[in-house]
Design a binder for this molecule. Structure first.
Ligand SMILES: [Fe+2]
Length: 285
């Protein structure tokens, strides 16, 4: 008996040049129910002002195509941009969700931000916390998550048919993989997670959370498993764990923190809820 071919969901990517982030809208072919993955709320750190130009592009696409939002998903707690999850939910509906491993991330950052009063420590700010390997649906499209830690302890990959949204676990082949030097990050775990991704069928489309294109190349959002196996400069099929870990640690040593680390983490740990103030902890990280 031959296996049924995996469904090929429709995917639309939106690139935010300010943070090099890809936001995705994904929906089943012939279906009108969608999920939004890793949205961006624009933020000017100097003035403390937010703006919604990036999220509004996603909203017009969804409305223009008559799609209904069922899920607003995060691949992890981002450290380089604020999520627009609450803004999207307010405008379009849908349930916010992330991996249950966010509980570990909340625990790590609570003493740094002293945020127990404004950030629920049980994850209740999200409508749903996914278990590892949990199955769910986007309309009729079957989806599941797998735990792909390393960049952070809570990184998750969402798989829908032949499309997988890998967050910062892998980037385009000529860029490599995500940094592992944030609290709770692990180069060893990251290597194991890249192996999980490369074990998916060769024609699986891996959609990345960011692209940092080398000069002369336009930002791209996707490479197949076959392309990643053949060409990923850090985590291709022939690269052994020890070599990966050594090179990852070297690359991360002394790496500057992202410009929006402190505001991003605080807001993203609240599932995108903005309170009146974002704190800057002094000499704590
Ligand atoms: Fe990230």
């Amino acid at each position: 008996m031959t296996a049924m071919p995996a469904p090929k969901p429709q995917v639309r990517g939106f690139f935010d040049p300010a943070t090099a982030t890809w936001t995705y809208v994904v929906w089943g072919a012939g279906d009108k129910t969608c999920a939004v993955i890793d949205s961006v709320l624009d933020y000017d750190a100097a003035s403390g002002h937010t703006a919604t130009a990036s999220a509004d592009k996603v909203i017009s696409f969804i409305q223009g195509n008559g799609l209904a939002v069922e899920w607003i998903l995060e691949t992890h707690i981002h450290a380089d941009h604020l999520t627009a999850a609450q803004y999207l939910k307010e405008k379009l509906g849908g349930k916010t969700a992330i991996s249950k491993h966010i509980l570990a991330v909340l625990k790590t950052w609570q003493p740094i931000f002293s945020n127990a009063a404004d950030t629920p420590q049980d994850g209740a700010q999200f409508d749903h916390l996914f278990d590892d390997d949990e199955d769910f649906k986007i309309g009729a499209l079957e989806a599941r998550i797998i735990h792909t830690p390393g960049h952070t302890p809570a990184d998750t990959t969402y798989i829908m048919g032949n499309a997988a949204f890998v967050g910062d676990t892998m980037f385009l082949p000529d860029v490599g993989t995500g940094r592992c030097d944030f609290p709770g990050g692990s180069a060893e775990d990251s290597y194991a997670s890249t192996r999980k991704l490369l074990a998916l069928p060769d024609d699986t489309r891996l959609y990345v959370g960011h692209d940092y294109p080398p000069e002369g190349r336009e930002p791209l959002c996707m490479a197949t498993v076959a392309e990643q196996k053949a060409g990923n400069i850090r985590a291709g099929a022939g690269i052994q764990k020890d070599a990966f870990v050594l090179r990852r640690r070297e690359a991360d040593r002394g790496k500057p923190v992202p410009d929006l680390l402190l505001p991003s983490l605080q807001v993203n740990l609240r599932a995108g809820d903005l309170t009146d103030f974002i704190k800057i902890p002094v000499n704590r990280i």
